[in-house]
Design a protein around this ligand. Sequence first.
Ligand SMILES: Cc1cc2nc3c(=O)[nH]c(=O)nc-3n(C[C@H](O)[C@H](O)[C@H](O)COP(=O)(O)OP(=O)(O)OC[C@H]3O[C@@H](n4cnc5c(N)ncnc54)[C@H](O)[C@@H]3O)c2cc1C
Length: 457
Amino acid sequence: MKRPELITIVGAGLVGSLLGVMLGKRGYRVQIFEHRPDMRGQHVAAGKSINLALAERGIHALKQAGLMEAVQPLLIPMRGRMLHDVDGRTEFQAYGQRPHEVIYSVSRSGLNELMLTAAEDSKRVEVLFEHELDSIDFDSNTIHLTDMKNSNPIAVTAELLIGADGAGSRVRRSLLPFVNGLDRSELLDHDYKELTIPPNAQGLHQIDRESLHIWPRGGYMLIALPNLDGSFTVTLFLQKQGTPSFAELDDRQSVQDFFSRQFPDAMELIPNLADEFFENPTGILGTVRCDPWIDQDCVMLIGDASHAIVPFHGQGMNAGFEDCELLVGLLDQFQDDWSSAMQEFNRSRPADAEAIADMALENYITMRDSVLDPRFGLKKKLGFQLELAYPAQFIPRYSMVMFHRIPYSQAKQRGVIQQGILDELTVGVDSIDQVDMLRAGQLVQQRLELLSDSKSG
Ligand SMILES: Cc1cc2nc3c(=O)[nH]c(=O)nc-3n(C[C@H](O)[C@H](O)[C@H](O)COP(=O)(O)OP(=O)(O)OC[C@H]3O[C@@H](n4cnc5c(N)ncnc54)[C@H](O)[C@@H]3O)c2cc1C
């Protein structure tokens, strides 16, 4: 395929705008259609979570795009989980064991706005807000949109169309039937609701600023991530139906009773609990798995449009940013032959998307339940020790996902082997000094190949 004159992206969310920056830098002319109004300079909800966790894969992609210096002031490091029990006792569990092994809370709208401006500053990227994609005519490479400012329909020829239009992607929904593809998307039976812990009278955070706070309650949980203005965005994850459930929390009293029973310390810090609970939308969660992600050399999906995941590993955006970096790497490799780059992306990337989708689902159980188990703590400690002793072989799975760029599929595969080693070494053991470290070394050498990947560091 010859170098496209103009690339059309649908969706100027996190992934569409980063891809715009990267393609603009590469010298492409890009047009992005976004159905929301321009969020800059006005209060427009960014949709989904107010803030989110940025980790190594996302950071690396932002560096490649030349944006990391500008993003830095938006970040708050989160060094570990702060667990809150029902009696208000807290326990801190570090995420990593080296100073740089932290994740960062970042404002979704702050990051999105910064990337939109960087894309437009390149002068090669045009973002058309309030333009909603309605349908695609694949035979004539035409997309049909509505200009929402005046409700006028418009038709645009799209030589190369990239769907970065998120989990509910209309590009995906049009593409898959056209190519006889497969959509195995699934909704989770848990929803979420965002609430706020405001800053104190001095404008400071009321709970530890550099932690991701979790109130794990077995089948459900509350979490809180810090914002730069001293507030925390709190999210309740809870099943839709059953006991307890969103269905049961149907009036102010039931919400207050539930929080005072389950999250009394958090409740004290959320002054507008019942108001916010009923004013803020209840969000749905799900996993998108589909095949293929491309049609020939003229349409492709990226980010949540092809592989949305549940948020429990804090990796959806990070994975989408990694997509952008991988795609640009493939354009390097194939000298901007889009056809080859897209085919290779469609061949190699889905296995990693599948792996992080699975790990994100598993991590919900870890966050809401397993973190409370003393054996989880013991295995985490042992995992850290093994990492120190065998850094080129044993890296805890959480660290492989969050602090490294080891392909997700490899992280998942090695994670299973490592879990087996940890399980075996901790049978009948109550503390770390009872672990047979000689045997540990043998198991690591026998079962884990050396990490050869340059992305492991
Ligand atoms: C509660 C929650 C917490 C999360 N926390 C994290 C986290 O901590 N870390 C992390 O890495 N990820 C997290 N994620 C995942 C992350 O939000 C997504 O992976 C990320 O937003 C994907 O970016 P995207 O650009 O692909 O899609 P989106 O951000 O959904 O952007 C899609 C864009 O397309 C536009 N659009 C949609 N349809 C059309 C149309 N028909 N026409 C024109 N425009 C359209 C939308 O308006 C939007 O701007 C979280 C998600 C949720 C729900």
